[in-house]
Design a protein around this ligand. Sequence first.
Ligand code: FES
Length: 120
Amino acid sequence: MAEETPRGELICDVDDISVKQALRVLIDDYPVAVVKDSQGVIHALGDTCSHADISLSEGDVEGESIECWGHGSQFDLRNGQPLQLPAYEPVPVFAVEIHGNQVYVDVTNVTNGAPAPDLA
Ligand code: FES
């Protein structure tokens, strides 16, 4: 049986992402935080906090959330929703595919209903 062609951009190997530290990547000049949660599931979110211009990938990963160091809002990695103020709008969550040991992210496929990024 033919293997399916991965959708999205090849980002890295699964093992390149630590549970403690998100990986920041640029896809078509758009910053994305690629995060492995405590269960080993990999997520991809818009890297810019919805409250202000702070990189979420610089924050701590805890369980299934990532904390913005700016003002402490945590975002659910599964749906991009802020779990407390001051952020109140979600960040986009993108489709992730794992093929073999490789991680692909498709920034044209927003899975949580947040506005799609304006790509270059
Ligand atoms: S900049 Fe992220 S919570 Fe304020």
